[in-house]
Design a protein around this ligand. Structure first.
Ligand SMILES: CC(C)(COP(=O)(O)OP(=O)(O)OC[C@H]1O[C@@H](n2cnc3c(N)ncnc32)[C@H](O)[C@@H]1OP(=O)(O)O)[C@@H](O)C(=O)NCCC(=O)NCCS
Length: 333
């Protein structure tokens, strides 16, 4: 019988340092009211101190995912690490995570697809398992944004949006009749590459980083918020409808919708365009802000533990982010 892949376990980890909107308002010109009204975000987490990388946040989440899946660390035969904030410029965060897990020799692939990174990783893991290349693929989505955002008046439009965190899943062979990853669909369009980006250090520039670039803040994320909003609210429902169609399902067949968490208003608009009941939509943006590649696996792990998701649940996913990249998936647990 043809092999099918399923999500066997999940885990998440958030650093303990809570940063509220009022904390940000003490650093630069903003307010709790402005942030809540436009984004729904009330607080986010930042790493506690210097020296904590994305792989450090992913480590406890990975152990949690393995435990839920009933697997040992030694069972992992491949790692995929989705992040836009790897521990260092190179090598990839997957190499660090593998080393911290004691998985010397196990392949580690870093995926650089920002907010769609988790669903891109899921597509790769699904294909590997169905092709019989690997049996247990650990996917990590983790970000340390707090060291890379500009916590000043100039950077405030972006700085209020992002937080640190990690989520992991273990993908392995499906055993149940209907369990499994049904559809994953991926897209990218570089027309939006510079609508949401960090330019420097840039390999195409000699030198890659100059004093002038630092002064201009080109090593911090820059965003055309309105363009991103417009694209996200169009592409997220479009790809969600497409994956449902491919899976032969209607929106009424979906038990839970876990959208990428960029902005509460985007989530609400996407849910309305899909016509899905509000109580089936997962939001954790209020507590964590945008944790980019980590938002969806954190959403899976929290929902599983809260009992919103369990054996037999049909879950719809949709994401949009820098690149532009966007993606959707349908998974039965
Ligand atoms: C970022 C976003 C919340 C901004 O909302 P907006 O309604 O478009 O706001 P604008 O950019 O028009 O800014 C309105 C005003 O607020 C100001 N402002 C920007 N950031 C602010 C902040 N953190 N606090 C207070 N005021 C702020 C602006 O300077 C502007 O002032 P002005 O009217 O005097 O020029 C919104 O565009 C958005 O959510 N975009 C999508 C972003 C996203 O999700 N990115 C990640 C995708 S994966």
């Amino acid at each position: 019988m043809a092999k099918r892949a399923a999500i066997l376990g999940s885990g998440h980890y958030l650093p303990s340092r809570v940063v509220t909107n009022d904390d940000l308002a003490a650093m630069f010109e903003t307010s709790d009211e402005w942030i809540v009204q436009r984004t729904g975000i009330k607080e986010r987490r930042f790493i506690e101190h210097d020296g904590i990388g994305a792989s450090d946040l992913a480590l406890p989440a990975a152990k949690m995912a393995l435990e839920q899946a009933g697997r040992e660390v030694r069972d992992v035969d491949a790692i995929i690490f989705a992040t836009l904030s790897p521990d260092v410029y190179f090598p990839g965060a997957g190499c660090y995570l593998g080393h911290k897990l004691g998985l010397g020799g196990v392949p580690a692939l870093d995926v650089r697809n920002q907010c769609s990174g988790f669903l891109y990783s899921l597509s790769v893991a699904d294909a590997w398992i169905r092709a019989g290349v690997y049996r247990n693929v650990l996917i990590a989505g983790a970000e340390v944004h707090s060291t890379g955002i500009e916590l000043t008046d100039r950077g405030r439009d972006v700085a209020v949006l992002f937080g640190d965190g990690a989520g992991c899943v273990l993908v392995g062979e499906a055993s149940g009749e209907s369990e499994g990853i049904k559809v994953v669909e991926l897209h990218a369009d570089g027309v939006g590459a510079e609508e949401l980006w960090v330019e420097a250090p840039a390999s195409r520039r000699i030198p890659r980083l100059t004093e002038a670039m630092l002064d201009e803040g080109r090593h911090y994320p820059q965003m055309n918020g309105r363009q991103v909003f417009r694209w996200a609210t169009e592409k997220m429902p479009e790809v969600a409808k497409s994956v449902l169609g491919k899976a032969g399902l209607g929106i009424e067949d979906v038990d839970l919708f876990i959208p990428h968490q960029a902005n509460m208003r985007i989530n609400q608009m996407v849910a309305a365009r899909l016509g899905i009941a509000e109580d089936k939509v997962v939001h954790n943006i209020q507590r964590y802000g945008n944790t980019t590649a980590a938002t969806i696996p954190i959403g899976i792990s929290e929902s599983w533990r809260e009992g919103k998701l369990g054996a037999g649940s049909r879950v719809l996913f949709s994401a949009f982010g820098a690149g532009f990249t966007w993606a959707g998936a349908v998974v039965e647990f």
